[in-house]
Ligand binder design. Structure first.
Ligand SMILES: *Cc1c(COP(=O)(O)O)cnc(C)c1O
Length: 454
């Protein structure tokens, strides 16, 4: 008898709704505050940036939110995505654990990001929006929104973090192929960008700065709105299609995960796989360990402060309570560009504070070592960001081996690394540095947190 390795759902079993964990939280999320008045903001405050349907999803407490039919039609290009048992990796590690991964690299852009780019572009198109601005770190989000914009006739302008613009010309080429316009950030197109360049013409950029630029353009143009690829509640909501499929596929496999793992930059792919499982637990189901893995060079969940902070560097966004390294903190230029964000999704931070999830951090060489091992066992070359989840899964599998416990591990392989081969070459050549962030800069950035009365 052959043992099954790949678990596929047919199109008819694609989820019809997104799962909203706000309906099941033991305590609600802390309010989002207006930066001037420090009072909770209302839906109208967000209208310059987002269409109303997305704002309503942002604040909704309804458990299930229907996925529009035209969005599901697009999803059929790559969804349901496969769940695969990593039998060769298990063997290589000599672990009694079973390792499963949900593979999101099958999307056109090569990551989980189109799961939210497509609905965001669709809701904007329905609201008559002609242009979307956004930021991109590694280029994954920019290419996903560029793809989604091309489907619904929306013009997309992407502020790409300078280091990634220089290091990843092919991600830019992909965005331009889908019809988007790319600008290296910090740029001369915005007040926020010009202010940074005046102080440091060679600034490497950061997600916080690129967000400021994209928000500024959207806020100052009537026909333009802004789209964010992570962090916000509605983005995490859209990603829950991943975990819902995984639940059905784990059932097909006749297994149930004891540990669920995802990498965290802003928290969206992690939330996507984790929230539907966590929802079952909050409604009385069994408790599973849930582990977020972040880079040691940008450790918001493990080393950041849980406090109100801005989402961007120029302080144009509302204040949200989250684990933050400080909005002026510039993480070192390591290769998992998608994880170089100073903050964390408020929802993921809240779950951490409630003790519902764990967090851990690893250096990039350890993560690339894990990624190369995975590639040699399973054939898929993970994105540098996804290597953090692979590393987390391998650590758990080796723990199972040491403790002789045959547990079941599930992780989100959130993207492939085909656009990141320069990073792999550097790793192979021994040229990858385990970057330490600047402790003094972190202390300074944290001392500059806005003061919000309790
Ligand atoms: C953007 C990205 C991330 C980081 O964002 P999250 O919101 O934390 O998921 C991680 N992995 C890949 C492949 C990405 O494209």
């Amino acid at each position: 008898m052959t043992q099954q390795t790949k678990f596929l759902l047919d199109e008819g079993r694609m989820p019809t709704h997104w799962y909203n964990i706000a309906a099941d939280l033991p305590q609600p999320l802390p309010a989002v505050l207006h930066p001037g008045t420090l009072q909770p903001i209302g839906p109208a405050d967000l209208e310059p940036l987002f269409p109303m349907e997305l704002i309503l999803q942002e604040v909704s407490t309804q458990r299930e939110i229907p996925i529009p039919e035209p969005v599901r039609e697009v999803f059929k290009l790559w969804r349901p995505s496969p769940l695969i048992r990593a039998r060769r990796l298990e063997k290589m590690l000599g672990t009694p654990a079973k390792i499963y991964y949900k593979y999101e690299g099958v999307s056109p852009a090569g990551s989980h990001k189109p799961n939210t780019a497509v609905p965001q572009a669709w809701y904007n198109a329905q609201a008559g929006v002609k242009k979307l601005t956004t930021e991109t770190g590694a280029g994954q989000w920019g290419s996903s929104l560029a793809f989604a914009g091309s489907l619904f006739g929306i013009d997309v302008q992407v502020f790409q973090v300078r280091v990634s613009y220089d290091q990843k010309p092919y991600r830019r080429a992909l965005m331009e192929t889908y019809g988007a316009r790319c600008v290296a950030s910090p740029s001369n197109l915005t007040n926020s960008g010009r202010a940074i360049l005046a102080r440091d013409p060679d600034h490497p950029g950061s997600l916080g700065i690129a967000i400021s630029e994209a928000v500024e353009v959207a806020a100052t143009h009537d026909d333009t709105k802004y789209a964010l690829g992570s962090v916000l509640n509605h983005v995490l909501l859209h990603q829950t299609i991943v975990g819902q499929e995984a639940i059905a596929q784990m059932e097909m496999a006749g297994d149930d995960p004891d540990v669920i793992i995802g990498c965290t930059g802003g928290g969206s792919n992690f939330s996507g796989i984790v929230l539907p499982f966590l929802g079952m637990q909050l409604r009385g189901g069994r408790r599973r360990r849930i582990v977020a893995v972040e880079p040691a060079a940008c450790p918001s969940l493990t080393r950041g402060k849980y406090a109100y902070d801005f989402g961007d560097t120029a302080h144009l966004t509302p204040l949200t309570k989250m684990h933050t390294l400080g909005s002026t903190f510039t993480p070192p230029g390591f290769h998992a560009g998608g994880l170089r964000y100073h903050g964390m999704a408020p929802l993921v931070s809240h779950l951490k504070e409630l003790g519902l999830i764990e967090a851990t951090a690893y250096q990039q060489n350890a993560c690339f070592e894990a990624g190369v091992m995975f590639a040699r066992a399973e054939g898929i070359v993970p994105a540098p960001e996804a290597n953090h989840a692979v590393k987390g899964a391998i650590v758990e599998a080796l723990r199972c081996k040491a403790e002789d416990r045959p547990q079941t591990i599930l992780f989100n392989l959130c993207g492939h690394g085909h656009f990141d081969m320069t990073a792999y070459s550097n790793y192979t050549a021994g040229k990858l540095l385990d970057q330490q962030y600047d402790e003094a800069e972190l202390a300074m950035a944290l001392s500059g947190l806005p003061s919000v009365p309790a």
